[in-house]
Write a protein that binds this ligand. Structure first.
Ligand SMILES: C[S@@+](CC[C@H](N)C(=O)[O-])C[C@H]1O[C@@H](n2cnc3c(N)ncnc32)[C@H](O)[C@@H]1O
Ligand SMILES: Nc1nc2[nH]cc(C(=O)O)c2c(=O)[nH]1
Ligand code: SF4
Ligand SMILES: [Mg+2]
Length: 231
């Protein structure tokens, strides 16, 4: 939303109806499952307002029941695909635990894309559930940190720390300094170049991100879907 979205607090609720932006079948374009055929469930609303956010998550009125959402996922998912990616907006802003449980009960794998600031009680502790956290703030939810499989940092040229290569500017307030959350020792770290919707800057961001990955031993992820021109 490029900083244009309202900041919405975490909702309670029983998770039997969710605000959904879109459900679509594509290749996972980022992170540890990059390239894998996946059904994406993009939830509506976010509790942050990143000034460089590349996603629309405020324009859908759809609030399906859990059964209606599961049916839609089933319609889109071919038998060759067993990966469901929950993203947003911020997926943990709503109670997605019943959805996750239902997907795992169907023998599917689930991957969450989260900003790491929220948590949900009752989150299944299942090896088929993968949590990828892309930090946007100096602090993360303490109950989430032990459950993170991969930390995925978005990097821009001239905005990374000379010591560890990780972000030094606020994602919420353009130009303001902020030391985003740093991962625990030994955690898996991926870096991904920021898409600034500008060819020259994006080239610089890719160059800078590559240098950080090489210098610090981080895994590099590009947004494969954008290279392929798919959702
Ligand atoms: C749109 S966010 C939704 C999930 C969650 N709110 C989060 O931030 O992780 C999905 C992924 O896109 C990344 N992202 C958002 N805007 C981006 C941009 N302009 N360039 C590169 N990655 C971006 C986020 O860091 C996150 O890893
Ligand atoms: N293909 C594809 N892969 C993705 N990985 C993370 C995405 C996101 O917006 O959460 C995303 C996305 O929007 N499209
Ligand atoms: S936390 Fe994620 S969805 Fe929310 S504004 Fe930032 S990048 Fe966009
Ligand atoms: Mg995206």
């Amino acid at each position: 939303m490029r900083g244009a979205n309202p900041v919405r607090p975490q909702e309670g609720g029983d998770g039997q109806s969710l605000w959904i932006q879109e459900v679509f079948y594509t290749l996972q374009g980022e992170g540890p499952f990059v390239g894998e055929p996946s059904v994406f469930v993009r939830t509506g609303g976010c509790n942050l307002r990143c000034h460089w956010c590349d996603t629309d998550f405020e324009s859908s009125p759809w609030r399906p029941s859990l059964d209606e959402l599961l049916a839609r996922i089933g319609e889109l998912r071919p038998a060759v695909c067993d990966l469901i990616v929950l993203t947003g907006g911020e997926p943990l802003r709503q109670n997605v635990v019943p959805l996750i449980r239902a997907l795992l009960e169907r023998g599917l794998r689930v991957q969450i894309e989260t900003n790491g600031t929220l948590w949900l009680d009752g989150m299944p502790d299942d090896p088929r559930l993968t949590i990828v956290c892309s930090p946007k703030t100096p602090g993360l939810h303490p109950d989430l940190v032990p459950r993170v499989s991969v930390y995925k940092y978005v990097l821009a040229a001239g905005e990374s720390d000379s010591g560890d290569g990780l972000p030094t500017l606020s994602t919420q307030l353009p130009g303001q300094g902020a030391r985003l959350f740093r991962p625990p020792p030994g955690a898996a770290v991926t870096v991904m170049p920021r898409d600034d919707d500008d060819a020259e800057r994006n080239f610089a961001n890719r160059q800078a991100c590559t240098a950080v990955a090489l210098a610090h031993g981080y895994r590099m992820s590009v947004q494969l879907h954008k290279l392929l021109g798919i959702a």
